[in-house]
Design a protein around this ligand. Structure first.
Ligand code: FAD
Length: 471
């Protein structure tokens, strides 16, 4: 039967496309149903890739503005950003990557069926829009992802009150921007638009920026943002937003209960993402939904046999599930290998790195100091500032630090938290350290090349034993 497959994946985001490729590598006949005109999902089209491309542009502008410091002479006139060229380059990068997945699908003989999929029960999938047809599958993987979530009482009009979907594509620079929420998405856009000259105000309901990070990281980011002219109103709730012809008026309640009036060209709502299950027919097909998410077990099995789910759309029912590209891909690989009969272990979510590409960057893994203390560990802390390193001085990037949280009794590394240059790269060593249940002593004996940013990790380990060399 031409429409019969071993595996049909619904959604070609970083969860779905990776699951499909791994299934094909393991000998399965695979189809992916994707309703967008390109493969790659949120990460490639609206998320990780476009935002990081914009951040690279913002960084380029920073370096050019500091030309004199680098001994580079630029003819008179202030360097300015051309948003048309920025968007063209960003789109070129996105297209190259999405086309790259199309190539991988062809290489692995995966069929891309363009349309919207609906679970029709008993291993059937109906493609209800686009290339309409019915597919038969021995196994189905739901990877329908997430979409920007609004906040009750704040109506997103996509013009003055926008989400990240619009913020990645602005061709005209806003002179001012209010950002609601200071998670990864909120602070990354704050860095992008401040660097290119906008007045940026972040309004965060919780008492500190990047609230899931270690307290020390939040404090360092707040200090740096203040220096850069980014205004942060923490402990503050947006209560009203009214769009007008030329801007948006925002009302916010500060921690002392007072109302504050703000106005800007745009309000970016960056308060999280909601799972996408609308039109999927999940509940009709018997798939259990919990708070809007597809409920799965630790091997990503849903309540219906032969239907698995991965990525942003799932809940494991054990607290919040990280909505990250690398998590969705790791889950896709686990499912593919389970379906191929391999002996595969559940993912340890305590070892998932969290990277935020604001300026300065943040990379972290494992327990924060507060979490380790709350769990009853006798905690030992070691911190080393990047500013001391030769490499950081050369790069002109000396903000931030590496902080290690360790258990005094067994010397085990429990968490590593860094803010500063290359933190999103340096965290990889910390992830491996946690994965291998490394001790601080082992990190100390690991030789870090000189001169590198990675010396900050080695020195933080030394500092944890009270023996940093360069402090
Ligand atoms: C601005 C922003 C920046 C981000 N930056 C990062 C980052 O730097 N690092 C990181 O790790 N994560 C980042 N993320 C999060 C990351 O993008 C997501 O965690 C990741 O894309 C989730 O992958 P997924 O496969 O679960 O779902 P998605 O990528 O959302 O893909 C789901 C796909 O399913 C398709 N689909 C849905 N329903 C159907 C249907 N019924 N039929 C057919 N197709 C359907 C959709 O069109 C979509 O293509 C960012 C997100 C945003 C919004």
């Amino acid at each position: 039967m031409p429409n019969a497959y071993d595996v049909v994946v619904i959604g070609a985001g970083t969860g779905g496309y990776v699951a499909a490729i791994r299934c094909a590598q393991l000998g399965k006949k695979v189809a992916v149903v994707e309703k967008q005109r390109a493969l790659g999902g949120t990460c490639l089209i609206w998320g990780c890739i476009p935002t990081k491309a914009l951040l690279e542009h913002a960084h380029a502008l920073k370096v050019i503005r500091d030309a004199r410091e680098w001994g580079v002479t630029i003819p008179a006139g202030t360097p300015a950003i051309d948003m048309g060229q920025v968007q063209t380059r960003k789109d070129r990068i996105v297209t190259a990557l999405t086309k790259g997945i199309e190539f991988l699908f062809k290489k692995n003989k995966i069929d891309w069926i363009k349309g919207t999929a609906r679970l029709a029960g008993k291993g059937r999938i109906e493609v209800v829009e686009g290339e309409k047809q019915t597919l038969d599958a021995k196994e189905i993987i739901v990877a329908t992802g997430s979409a920007a979530r609004g906040v009750s009482g704040i109506e997103i009009d996509h013009k003055r009150i926008i989400t990240s979907d619009e913020a990645i594509s602005l061709r005209e620079l806003p002179t001012s921007l209010i950002i609601m929420g200071s998670g990864a998405v909120g602070v990354e856009f704050a860095s992008i638009y401040r660097r290119v000259g906008a007045e940026v105000t972040i309004v965060e309901l919780l008492p500190r920026l990047v609230p899931i990070e270690d307290d020390a990281v939040s404090a360092e980011l707040e200090k740096s943002f203040k220096k850069q002219g980014i205004k942060a109103l923490t402990g503050t709730r947006v209560t009203k937003a009214v769009p007008g012809a030329s801007g948006v008026d925002v009302e916010a309640q500060t921690p002392d209960g007072k109302m504050q009036q703000l106005s800007a060209d745009l309000l970016l709502v960056a308060t999280g993402r909601a799972p996408v299950t609308a039109g999927l027919g999940a509940e009709e097909a018997g798939v259990k939904i919990e708070n809007g998410y597809v409920k799965v077990d630790e091997m990503y099995r849903t309540s219906v046999p032969n239907v698995s789910a991965i990525g942003d759309v799932i809940t494991l029912g054990t607290g919040s599930h990280p909505q990250l590209a690398h998590v969705s891909s790791a889950e896709g690989i686990v499912v593919a290998e389970r379906l191929a009969g391999q002996d595969v272990r559940p993912i340890n979510y305590d070892h998932v790195p969290s990277c935020t590409y604001c300026d300065p960057e943040i990379g972290s893994v494992g327990l924060t100091e507060a979490e380790a203390r709350a769990k009853g560990y006798d905690v030992r802390i070691g911190t080393f500032p990047f500013g001391v390193l030769g490499r950081a001085k050369m790069a002109g990037e000396s903000e931030g630090f590496v902080k290690i949280v360790a258990d005094k009794k067994y010397d085990e590394v429990l968490g590593v938290h860094m803010i500063g240059p290359r933190s999103t790269e340096l965290v990889a060593e910390a992830v491996l350290a946690l994965r291998l249940e490394c001790t601080v002593e082992e990190l100390i004996r690991t030789i870090h090349a000189h001169p590198t940013f990675s010396e900050a990790v080695g020195e933080a380990a030394h500092a944890t034993h009270g023996a940093a060399i360069h402090l």
